[in-house]
Design a protein around this ligand. Sequence first.
Ligand code: ADP
Ligand code: TRP
Length: 321
Amino acid sequence: MRILSGIQPSGALHLGNYFGMMRPAIELQNQGDAYIFIADYHSMTSLFDAAQRRRNTMDVALDFLACGLDAQRTVLFRQSDVPEHCELTWLLSTITPMGLLERCHSYKDKVAHGIAVNHGLFAYPVLMAADILIYDSNVVPVGRDQKQHVEVTRDIAIKFNETYGETFVLPEPRIRDEVAVVPGTDGQKMSKSYGNTVEIFGDEKAQRKKIMSIVMDSRTPQEPKPDADQNSAIRLLKLVAPAAVADDIENRLRAGGFGYGDLKKALFEHYWNFFAEARARRRELEANLDHVEATLRSGAERARTVAAATLKRARRACGLE
Ligand code: ADP
Ligand code: TRP
């Protein structure tokens, strides 16, 4: 089974990224042939600062390695180190109906928010299809917001196969229901574009402040809260605390006599402990960036061998060779 996922280097990674995509992808490294890449080509659709991109790319690599990605087992690489993705994007774009891209939520949302859109943003799902198809990927672990992009990838693969003969494997999205949408500090989906994130490796004081600012209702500590499982703080606590601890706190909220301030304090403590080991590992890695760079380069070499072979197959299929 080939497993593949990618993430854009567009800012500090947060709990939504961790539970929605990073952890599921890292766990799958034991179940098949896993590829994880840093989607720096994709980040060009919305980030226009070269130095920032370079820094963010290294940060994503550090984050994954610190969180337990084993670079011997999983192929970790930078997308732009495998330029074959771009050539395949062109081949795919010529059979992609405009309507398929016009229907994509992430594009439509950006237009609706008045963001000045560029062609890259419109064509983003085609590049993503190339990322997935070029590795003959079977399984793509992502959060729910990326489901449509994987479906578009399947449609593009089917269309190419129909037009030029069986060439691509059809991938499946893999979405964990329990973490399909991790809530942010304001109760919406946690996302860096909403400014409601708790970072995986952020500064202690700043993250404590964010957690203490999670938006709650105005009931007093004494009041029983029969809907105690609904608020963002308890939902986050369930991700970072042992089940027995989270259940106990939830029951105390239900019974009354336990306030939101104490809930948030508990959440911060458990969050901070949850990542303690990863934080220490990240510090070690930061002291040896050459090693991280070498890891990315060797990942790219491994990835490129596979990508070049698939691209050749596609070029042949459509009469370029
Ligand atoms: P952001 O919304 O912060 O820009 P991205 O769109 O870059 O995050 O998402 C990177 C990966 O993390 C994707 O697989 C996405 O589905 C997942 N992800 C992001 N936010 C969440 C969330 N709040 N809950 C679950 N998964 C998420
Ligand atoms: N679009 C994904 C996101 O924003 C990142 C991504 C790019 C990706 N190419 C991919 C994810 C291929 C999975 C497979 O999160």
